[in-house]
Design a binder for this molecule. Structure first.
Ligand SMILES: [Zn+2]
Length: 121
């Protein structure tokens, strides 16, 4: 490639090349800057990471991504909860639903509160 040959030749418009030591220092400073920027990005990212509304545990990357993609909660999907709390919430909801159905199956009019309130007086 003719371009390489041109780059090797001293070019007045670019000014004198910095000495090797200085170049190393600049490169090291640049790499350090990149490292710090990456670290800062990670810190900022962690600060934005949502925590579980149930137990306060920070959500995993997968969970966070899924919550961003599907922010609307559903009967089996709780974007504000971690996997464990969602599991419990889903189970509690289905249990409550079962109990509700069982209560509705009971004979109407038979309320436990009747004799209970009489006992207190
Ligand atoms: Zn949780």
């Amino acid at each position: 490639m003719p371009g390489i040959e041109r780059d090797v030749r001293p070019d007045a418009s670019h000014g004198p090349r910095p000495p090797r030591l200085q170049r190393d220092r600049i490169e090291r400073a640049y790499k350090e800057q990149l490292r710090r920027a990456a670290e800062q990005q990670k810190v900022e990212r962690e600060a934005r990471r949502p925590a579980c509304a149930g137990c306060g545990t920070k959500l995993t990357d997968d969970r966070w991504k899924a919550a961003q993609a599907h922010p609307t909660p559903g009967p089996r999907w709780h974007p504000t909860l971690c996997d464990g709390c969602e599991d419990r919430a889903v189970r509690a909801a289905s249990q409550a639903e079962n109990e509700h159905q069982e209560q509705e199956e009971q004979i109407p009019g038979q309320k436990a509160g009747g004799w209970f309130s009489r006992l207190r007086t």
